[in-house]
Design a protein around this ligand. Structure first.
Ligand code: ADE
Ligand code: ZN
Length: 349
């Protein structure tokens, strides 16, 4: 496809305006401090923070585990179906303003079942928000994630509890504390999920080694790798990911905040694209990492000097990497082309 030339000063606006899919966003990670306090009051939950400012002040992460401790504590205010609806509705409304045309949303049912919240409360609330978003023109799907710091038996129990609601989610994933919890720990759970016809994704190579990415591919049969940025340390793996166009859902601001890279200028997104990988840009946990998807695009582009051509590639990759029907992907690609042509035109005076 022939790309029109775009003036560099129009790049930030183009990044915001271009249609895109978001494929790596944990709904519990979209819970803003304001909503934590509002839900705590609505549900009579006591918080160990006196104010929104004090809570925000605690968001000083040094690595994945220090983030997860606060993230699971924040989710403790989610109790009722309405809470899950409101959370997903707020994310989807915001995503629509950022020109997200399709979202595949992660949720962590074990974070809630541990507090006695029934599976149906979680899934019905989230699913209802997805139905409403579709009616407003944003395509939205759910992906159930297993917490990898918990056991295989607990993952099987979670799957059993979710199966009565299977029409509400399209796939399963694997998240939480990576190092020490390799994908192979969940080989049998994912084999069962494949038999059941679910799409398979897995976090791998965020902090963990390339060996975890190999396992996600070969043992879990993951169709997409979440993060995957550690792949650059293994040339054979990079070749495989490029040859098979295995998508990586990269999250630049998350990687910056959790110190996967010393700073954004050293992020390897450009290198992944240059090596021919199907990399995408996503927000991971926007309420905790300082920005939604457009901030992720704008800040990583500013820090690494990527171009409009790479913007087009990343948006096109997000459609290709999605589990959406081919006809939808083609429609979004045509909209992408239209947006680029609009931005190439001389500015109106
Ligand atoms: N859960 C929410 N965000 C996560 C991340 N970045 N890595 C692993 N598990 C997560
Ligand atoms: Zn994640």
């Amino acid at each position: 496809m022939k790309l029109p030339a775009i003036a560099p000063d129009r790049l930030p606006a183009l990044l915001a305006a271009m249609p895109k899919a978001e494929l790596h966003m944990h709904i519990e990670g979209s819970l803003e401090p304001e909503m934590i306090f509002a839900l705590a009051e609505r549900n009579g939950v006591a918080l160990p923070y006196a104010s929104i400012e004090e809570l925000r002040h605690a968001y000083a992460f040094t690595d994945l585990q220090s983030f997860l401790d606060i993230y699971y504590a924040g989710a403790s205010v989610l109790l009722k179906e309405e809470d899950f609806y409101d959370l997903a509705q707020a994310y989807l409304a915001r995503a629509a303003t950022e020109n997200v045309v399709h979202a595949e949303i992660f949720f962590d049912p074990q974070t809630h079942s541990a507090r006695g919240v029934p599976m149906q409360t979680v899934i019905r609330g989230l699913s209802r928000a997805c139905v409403d978003a579709r009616a407003q023109g944003t395509s939205a799907e759910l992906i159930l994630c297993f917490l990898r710091h918990l056991s295989e038996a607990e993952a099987f129990e979670t799957l059993e509890a979710a199966l009565p609601f299977r029409e509400h989610f399209i796939g399963v994933g694997l998240d939480s504390s990576e190092v020490g919890n390799p994908p192979e720990k969940f080989a049998r759970v994912f084999a069962r999920c494949r038999e059941l016809g679910f799409h398979i994704v897995a976090h791998a190579g965020e902090e963990g080694p390339p060996a975890y990415i190999w396992q996600a591919l070969d043992v879990l049969k993951a169709e997409r790798i979440d993060h995957g940025v550690q792949a650059v340390h293994d040339a054979a793996l990079m070749q495989r990911l490029a040859a098979e166009r295995v998508p990586l859902t990269v999250c630049p601001l998350s990687n910056q905040k959790l110190r996967v890279f010393p700073d954004l200028a050293q992020h390897n997104l450009k290198r992944l694209l240059d090596a021919g990988l199907c990399a995408t840009v996503n927000s991971d946990d926007p309420a905790y990492f300082g920005g939604h998807i457009n901030a992720n695009f704008q800040q990583v582009f500013a820090a690494t000097g990527m171009t409009a051509e790479q913007a087009w590639q990343l948006a096109a990759n997000s459609f290709e990497a999605s589990f959406a029907p081919a006809a939808d992907q083609a429609r979004w690609l045509a909209r992408l082309q239209d947006t680029f042509e609009r931005f190439a035109a001389p500015a109106e005076i």
